[in-house]
Design a protein. Structure first.
Length: 66
């Protein structure tokens, strides 16, 4: 669920994976693996992503649809 939500938010902002990686201070392959649900993120990064996109952590992990 996290990967799907992250990709949806990234595409809404018209970011490439590289652009999002640069914003978050991670490697592009990390973003790719998150989007493919091959890798999980830690809580601090989850909060950083949520704040950047203006959504809740619950939304990102699929506990909330808003």
């Amino acid at each position: 669920m996290f990967g799907d939500r992250l990709k949806e938010l990234r595409l809404e902002k018209c970011y490439t994976q590289q652009q999002l990686a640069d914003i978050l201070g991670v490697d592009r392959t990390t973003v790719m693996k998150w989007e493919l649900n091959e890798r999980e993120t830690n809580f601090a990064m989850l909060v950083k992503i949520a704040r950047h996109f203006g959504v809740s952590c619950d939304f990102l992990v699929g506990n909330d649809d808003y």
